[in-house]
Design a protein around this ligand. Structure first.
Ligand SMILES: [Cu+2]
Length: 241
């Protein structure tokens, strides 16, 4: 019966945390993608923490309590307890699955070709082709007829479509500060849809080993005011951001 009570307490604690505790409510995010990912991370942590404490607590308690047991007896079947922990586990896994799927399948985390086509048709979308080349990043703005190397400039708080591809070997576009990552393959485009809400300079890495110059395959992501972006795209070689 004690086990059943513990299981009930566990389920109630997880339910409470998931429903009422939002440990990231006050946090600041740099992009809508990062926000979704960090929120999921915090929710899963809130669910995992009480379970971890409970399991470790029972483990330590049991080891301590039975440390001098000379004649240990096998446990007897307890159907109620078994049903309870099966149901509790199912509830936890269901929550994790539903929460993770909602984020993973979201267009600003995993964008499909259809998603990309949809946002391309929308007004004000800024399209950038991020091309991985041994060993630098080239950024092409097909709608502006602009091509630059090593610094990607985008306006803040604007819908962005980044299409990643590679010239001849596999690379990966990775901007951890704004929660963006996508493989860059030769002959195939992958898509990132996002909106970067905080101005600033962010680091871009290549996150796929691509040869001798891989570790030097860095670029900057400059997120600037709309006005600044307009000036820059007219004369990218001479306007500094
Ligand atoms: Cu690379």
């Amino acid at each position: 019966m004690r086990g059943k009570r513990l299981a009930v307490v566990l389920v109630a604690a997880v339910g409470f945390l998931v429903a009422f505790v939002d440990p990231v409510a006050a946090a600041q995010y740099d992009s809508v993608t990062e926000q979704l990912i960090q929120d999921l991370d915090s929710k899963l942590l809130a669910a995992a923490l009480p379970i971890t404490l409970l399991v470790e607590g029972i483990l330590v308690y049991t080891v301590w309590k039975f440390r001098k047991n000379e004649e240990p007896q096998p446990t007897k079947e307890n159907r109620r307890l078994e049903i309870t922990w099966t149901v509790a586990t199912a509830v936890v896994l269901l929550f994790v699955g539903v929460a993770a799927y909602g984020v993973m399948a979201h267009p600003t985390v995993t964008a499909t070709q259809d998603d990309a086509q949809r946002v391309m048709g929308q007004e004000d979308t800024v399209v950038v082709d991020a091309v991985g080349i041994q060993w630098y990043w080239q950024f092409e703005y097909p709608e502006e007829n602009v091509t630059v190397r090593n610094t990607m400039v985008v306006p803040e708080d604007t819908k962005l479509l980044i299409r990643t591809e590679a010239e001849n070997v596999i690379h990966a576009f990775h901007a951890p500060g704004v929660g963006l990552k996508a493989d860059a393959f030769p002959g195939q485009k992958n898509y990132i849809i996002t909106n970067i809400t905080e101005k600033g300079t962010y680091q871009i890495y290549c996150a796929e080993f691509c040869g001798a110059g891989h570790s030097q395959m860095l670029a900057k992501l400059e997120v600037v005011e709309e006005q600044k972006y307009q000036e820059w795209k007219e004369d990218p070689q001479n306007v500094s951001v």
